[in-house]
Design a protein around this ligand. Structure first.
Ligand SMILES: Cc1cc2nc3c(=O)[nH]c(=O)nc-3n(C[C@H](O)[C@H](O)[C@H](O)COP(=O)(O)OP(=O)(O)OC[C@H]3O[C@@H](n4cnc5c(N)ncnc54)[C@H](O)[C@@H]3O)c2cc1C
Ligand SMILES: NC(=O)c1ccc[n+]([C@@H]2O[C@H](COP(=O)([O-])OP(=O)(O)OC[C@H]3O[C@@H](n4cnc5c(N)ncnc54)[C@H](OP(=O)(O)O)[C@@H]3O)[C@@H](O)[C@H]2O)c1
Length: 440
């Protein structure tokens, strides 16, 4: 077989389409396979790929000017925080604007990706069940990391005997499932905040249980979307300075989290992925949500005991306990991310598997899209042979150093394995691109 010329992009969510845009602009041949029949991934409500975690009321929580791709702003008439329908329409507009739609093979799932003599065999199945294996010189993985629900591990004792309902936030769509029930929401990330707020308006009772506290940041500060407070310039100040300023503003606007019955966070601001909600604290203040510590066990029928010994009758538990990073198309010995550990060079390049790149596998304090765009530009430099990676040993050292930095900075949790600061990471990729070009 002749050496492969093309590269493969897996997925046409926001990360996959930005990779396609950049490759296309550089004249690098590619095939993009998308399991669903539309672009937008998570942002396509009830996506027929069966993988979207979007619920009916979902809006972005990173504001539109910061979140938009550099190559195409979101429409001016969009609000600061568009809903998922508007986000899906933006991604549609993006692929049409850049003429990418006909380059994406929809309803085509990647089944396996295998390394062969320095290249990659990608097996796909198309809309009519037709199977094909195609060889590529590189693979850009963009299958997303918020679709495979992480249920509590291990399950809480007695959960099998519980006669109420238990769902994960991934399966939550419409608020009517909460109506008239005694609902327990577990977690204090963004899914938990949104679902507890919805529940507080429609359920008979809403309990919000958590194993640690969090700083609940408002969507607006001083009349501006909160993420616009940080700029490329101010983001150069040390994190301690940013934290000091943000904490003062939070103290003035909301005060201590304990005021609302939430536990005092066991960490400093920006040591955990931000929970952003302008509604949760007032709903707690109205008494329409009762705060609980973590679940201890289920106590038969509808009973739930919490770790403080209190007990309540619950009809529905919504586990907002995050997501697993999984790659069903890789054999485990080729690639996997146990406990969400993804040791990639600059969060993109596999050190052990040359030619394997990951787009969007970051959890930024800010939006993913512009960072996935920057990652794609760098990967296109590498694929266009304008730039090269450092030697493997150097990459390994860098990856280990980065993991150490992250462990020191963030609360130990499977949700904090790919955290990055928005502007510093953009600068890191820009620096890497320069150095990579000098290596050629
Ligand atoms: C409820 C919720 C709200 C969020 N809000 C925000 C926010 O406000 N701001 C923000 O920046 N991020 C947010 N995120 C993070 C979210 O991951 C990103 O917004 C974005 O969806 C990432 O895009 P992606 O393309 O990497 O992944 P996805 O959107 O998950 O897209 C992956 C695509 O790959 C396709 N695919 C998967 N496997 C295969 C396969 N084997 N073969 C072919 N195709 C495949 C899927 O069909 C899908 O279209 C949120 C996440 C959730 C769950
Ligand atoms: N646009 C939006 O408004 C919006 C809405 C929803 C989600 N999102 C995004 O989607 C992504 C996923 O968010 P998410 O909230 O679903 O998940 P997440 O950020 O991973 O949060 C999971 C929460 O569950 C807790 N948890 C996990 N396992 C637990 C266990 N066994 N027992 C008790 N608590 C447990 C975690 O606590 P620890 O901190 O202790 O681990 C954390 O509070 C994030 O990027 C988020 O920003 C955005």
């Amino acid at each position: 077989m002749p050496a492969a010329e093309k590269v493969c992009v897996i997925g046409a969510g926001s990360s996959g389409i930005v990779a396609c845009q950049v490759l296309n602009a550089r004249g690098i041949g590619f095939d993009c396979f998308e399991k669903g029949s539309a672009v937008g991934g998570n942002w396509r409500y009830e996506n027929d790929n069966g993988m979207s975690s979007a619920y009916r009321s979902l809006h972005i929580n990173t504001s539109r000017r910061v979140m938009a791709f550099k190559a195409l702003p979101m429409p001016d008439h969009y609000p600061d925080y568009p809903n998922h329908f508007q986000m899906a329409a933006y991604f549609d507009e993006y692929v049409d604007h850049f003429g990418l739609r006909e380059k994406i093979r929809f309803r085509t799932e990647v089944l396996s990706v295998e390394p062969v003599d320095g290249e990659w065999d990608v097996a796909i199945v198309g809309p009519e069940g037709e199977r094909e294996t195609i060889r590529y010189r590189a693979v850009l993985v963009a299958n997303g990391h918020h679709w495979d629900p992480r249920w509590p591990e291990p399950a809480f004792p007695g959960s099998e005997e519980f006669s109420g309902e238990q769902i994960h936030a991934h399966h939550y769509r419409e608020a009517d499932v909460l109506s008239g029930k005694r609902v327990l929401v577990l977690g204090l990330g963004n899914s938990a905040a949104d679902i507890a707020v919805e529940s507080s308006r429609i359920a008979d009772a809403t309990f919000l249980a958590m194993r640690r506290g969090a700083y609940i940041l408002p969507k607006y500060m001083n009349g501006k979307p909160i993420d616009e407070m940080l700029t490329p310039l101010t983001s150069r100040s040390p994190i301690a300075v940013q934290r000091f300023v943000s904490m003062r503003l939070l103290e003035i606007s909301a005060g201590a989290m304990t005021t609302y019955g939430l536990p005092r966070p066991d960490h400093k601001l920006y040591e955990a992925h931000p929970t952003v909600s302008s509604e949760l604290l007032p709903r707690l203040g109205h008494g329409d949500i009762e705060v609980k510590p973590n679940i201890d066990r289920f106590t038969g029928d509808r009973g739930v005991r919490f770790v403080d010994g209190s007990e309540d009758e619950i009809d529905l538990v919504v586990y907002c306990t995050g997501y697993k990073m999984t790659f069903p198309f890789f054999a485990p010995e080729v690639f996997s991310a146990p406990d969400n550990r993804l040791p990639l060079y600059r969060r993109v390049a596999s050190v052990e598997r040359p030619g394997l790149y990951f787009i969007g596998f970051i959890q930024p304090l800010g939006p993913i899209m512009p960072l996935a765009e920057a990652q794609s530009e760098w990967v296109a430099d590498l694929l266009g042979r304008r730039a090269t990676l450092p030697p493997a040993a150097e990459m390994k050292t860098e990856v280990a150093a980065e993991e150490g930095k992250m462990r020191r900075r963030f609360v130990a949790s499977k949700r904090h394995t790919v955290e990055v600061d928005f502007y510093p990471y953009l600068r890191e990729i820009r620096r890497e691109r320069k150095q990579a070009a000098q290596r050629v």
